[in-house]
Write a new protein. Structure first.
Length: 239
């Protein structure tokens, strides 16, 4: 497989999947963000930190329009970055993936990466709308979340190496990862912030966020797998 074409396909696939992700966020997640920020604004007015004036709302609406307009672009950038990671991992593990065409291989890989670096960290530290969390704990929460992603991702690599060395008991690698990540899950500190926003809003926001990210991983698997399969077919025909 030609390296240059492979890189282009990886980046284009990630961009397309990211655009879809950003579009879904606009439709499914932003309404809950509007509700959450509305509650936050009312709190600012009640505590005297801001005044309910025309100038405040002009500035606020201008910021939100700018923020929403960048949602799709941000999705494309993030999607391309994650796709690059998937492409690198695929080059190293493609021979260990289940037999079948490249669509199946990429779907299996993206599913495993979705589970290990998104689902597990999300279960421990689920996404919260703006009204949840104190400004003083932003850095700590970010460190905890990224640390869990790193631990889960790196431990997956370690147990993959074990998986390759095992002959007839490869299931032990999966069991080992499950036990290890369960221990880490329990030992990792809890989210330091209490939920003060309406629980229905928080749950709906988390559900929408989980769904849109999951759709991204599925879409990436289908698009990237399809592109690679088509490229492989063309290369085989030329040969």
């Amino acid at each position: 497989m030609k390296t240059g074409l492979f890189i282009i396909l990886v980046l284009v696939s990630g961009c397309f999947a990211g655009l879809i992700h950003g579009g879904l966020n606009l439709v499914m997640v932003e309404p809950y963000l509007d509700q959450a920020i509305g509650i936050e604004n009312q709190t600012l007015f009640a505590t005297g930190h801001e005044e309910d004036t025309l100038s405040f709302w002009v500035e606020y609406n201008s910021y939100r329009v700018w923020q929403k307009s960048g949602q799709v672009l941000a999705g494309a950038i993030l999607g391309t970055s994650i796709s690059a990671l998937v492409g690198i991992v695929f080059l190293f593990v493609r021979k260990s993936l289940p037999d079948g065409n490249n669509v199946k291989k990429i779907l299996v890989l993206s599913g495993l990466m979705w589970f290990t670096i998104f689902v597990i960290p999300f279960l421990k530290y689920p996404a919260n709308p703006p009204t949840v969390g104190e400004a003083e704990t932003v850095v700590m929460r970010g460190i905890l979340f990224l640390s869990f992603i790193a631990i889960s991702g790196l431990s997956t690599i370690a147990f993959y190496q074990l998986y390759k060395k095992l002959q007839n008991k490869k299931i032990l690698a999966f069991v080992g990862y499950g036990l290890f990540i369960s221990i880490v899950f329990v030992l990792m500190p809890e989210n330091p912030d209490q939920i003060t926003a309406p629980i229905e809003l928080v749950e709906n926001f988390r559900g929408a966020s989980f769904l849109t990210v999951s759709v991204y991983w599925l879409t990436l698997g289908l698009i990237l797998g399809g592109f690679i399969e088509k490229l492989q077919e063309r290369l085989n025909l030329k040969e």
